[in-house]
Design a protein around this ligand. Structure first.
Ligand SMILES: *Cc1c(COP(=O)(O)O)cnc(C)c1O
Length: 442
């Protein structure tokens, strides 16, 4: 790699000619340039001129303990000297065994079997296939449909898109997808005036119940993002919905798939969001933060009951799904180092104190007249902004860069999902500069 000769401008123009960037209308980079990043340290990303940006979105919600974390780096260096990769069909290795054992202890009870994928969307695919295949193996071949919440996001491969309800990502591919039904989201912004978040959640659960009553014979699973629907614009809801959903899924014989790809690994204040409803799902999906934001890895955890339905003499009864990099040792080792940090640094308690502190520091931002629907769950904050600009998100992103902040609003929703290592000074900088940006845009 030529390192010494690179400049910001060089890298931008070469990238635009050779790299097709994700989630982008490439032409918009004419007006809102790419941001070249040379290196990262803690919550900061640096370009080739040494200009820095506070990574308030944890690089698409993956980073937990900062960029270039010394402990994760050391674990990966050590692993590199032993084994970079081996296929997991027919072979096994220490990092994947240790990770599976540790996740089993940490996860809600009953999820003793770990199946690995390479990214979040593949975890969704695995859970959907495993659920339907379980029903087929158990003499219910008609249970092949799924439900998700309105505005749900579970990834963008074709199967995952079928349970994703974000029109912008889905509509161009409508003809390719077997679209699944959605039920009302318990998003507490939609509660009636005077109605509590819990009461609204239960009212939405009634809609789920009537859907299950009518369709349970064809339904394999209900897939849900517990507590926070991320891509919906950080829509937060009361855990009463999850408790009721668990009861209803049991009553109607439908699997509950908890997609904790974004909300797992401490993001909502507990290691797993399901803990706040004291439920165990039939499938728990993890990715994003599982490796501390270092390497692609996903895990589908499931129950012994589901596992046993595949365990038989016939090959075809088994779960024959695979990805080349399934259970990659480096990725598993990064995940183990991440779990070590949770244990050694008492991260969940220290995050609780940080969240309280940030809520205090951000009071002036919260009270700005253009800011409404301020909300917080664990280490996620979000609010909407009254703005006359149709391109508010892009303007906010551009102004953010001028203020050393990497902000990526969704529509008029601004959110913060910072790495857990953010300190008090960085929190103050984030709150005061966001306030200036909002003031400038309203
Ligand atoms: C990001 C995300 C996914 C998809 O993960 P990828 O690694 O981007 O494929 C699925 N579900 C949720 C809730 C997510 O936030």
């Amino acid at each position: 790699m030529q390192k010494h000769t690179l400049t910001n401008a060089d890298l931008i123009s070469r990238s635009l000619s050779a790299v097709w960037h994700p989630c982008s209308q490439m032409k918009q980079y004419e007006t809102f340039p790419l941001v070249p990043i040379a290196r990262g340290r803690g919550v900061w990303l640096y370009d080739f001129d040494g200009k820095r940006y506070l990574d308030t979105v944890s690089s698409w919600w993956v980073n937990l303990f900062g960029h270039s974390n010394p402990r994760i780096n050391a674990a990966l260096r050590d692993q590199l000297e032993q084994l970079e990769h081996v296929m997991l069909a027919g072979f096994t290795h220490q990092p994947v065994v240790e990770l599976s054992e540790r996740l089993r202890v940490l996860a809600p009870p009953g999820l003793g079997h770990c199946f690995y994928g390479s990214d979040g969307a593949s975890a969704t695919e695995i859970a959907l296939k495993m659920s339907a295949h379980y029903w087929r193996n158990s003499g219910h071949p008609d249970k092949t449909q799924f439900i998700s919440l309105q505005n749900s996001y579970h990834g963008e491969t074709l199967g995952a898109l079928s349970v994703t309800d974000v029109a912008l990502f889905r509509d161009a591919y409508g003809a390719l997808i077997r679209q699944q039904a959605t039920v009302a989201s318990p998003d507490s912004r939609n509660a009636a005036t005077g109605e509590s978040a819990a009461a609204f959640a239960l009212r939405c659960a009634d809609a789920l119940e009537s859907h299950l009553q009518r369709h349970h014979a064809q339904l394999a699973a209900f897939i849900i993002e517990p507590l926070v629907q991320g891509a919906a614009g950080m829509a937060m809801y009361h855990p009463a919905y999850l408790r009721r959903a668990r009861e209803l899924c049991d009553e109607y014989g439908v699997h509950l798939i908890a997609d904790e790809i974004a909300v797992g690994m401490g993001r909502t204040g507990t290691l797993f969001a399901c803990e706040q409803a004291a439920i165990s799902p039939d499938f728990l999906l993890l990715s994003k933060g599982i490796t501390g934001g270092y390497l692609p890895l996903s895990v589908v955890m499931t129950t012994d009951k589901i596992y046993q339905s595949f365990y038989a003499d016939e090959t075809a009864r088994g779960f024959l799904h695979s990805h080349s990099y399934t259970g990659n040792p480096l990725a598993c080792r990064a995940a183990l180092a991440t779990l070590d940090i949770f244990a050694q640094d008492d991260v969940l308690n220290s995050n609780r104190a940080k969240a309280a502190l940030f809520n205090h520091i951000a009071q002036p931002l919260r009270e700005h007249p253009a800011v409404y629907n301020w909300r917080n769950t664990g280490m996620i904050w979000a609010f909407e902004v009254h703005s006359k600009h149709a391109d508010f998100a892009q303007r906010c992103f551009a102004l953010g860069l001028q203020h050393e902040l990497l902000l990526r609003p969704m529509g008029n929703t601004v959110y913060f999902m910072p790495p857990y290592v953010i300190n008090e000074d960085e929190m103050r900088l984030l709150a005061t500069r966001t306030l200036s940006i909002i003031a400038a845009l309203t």
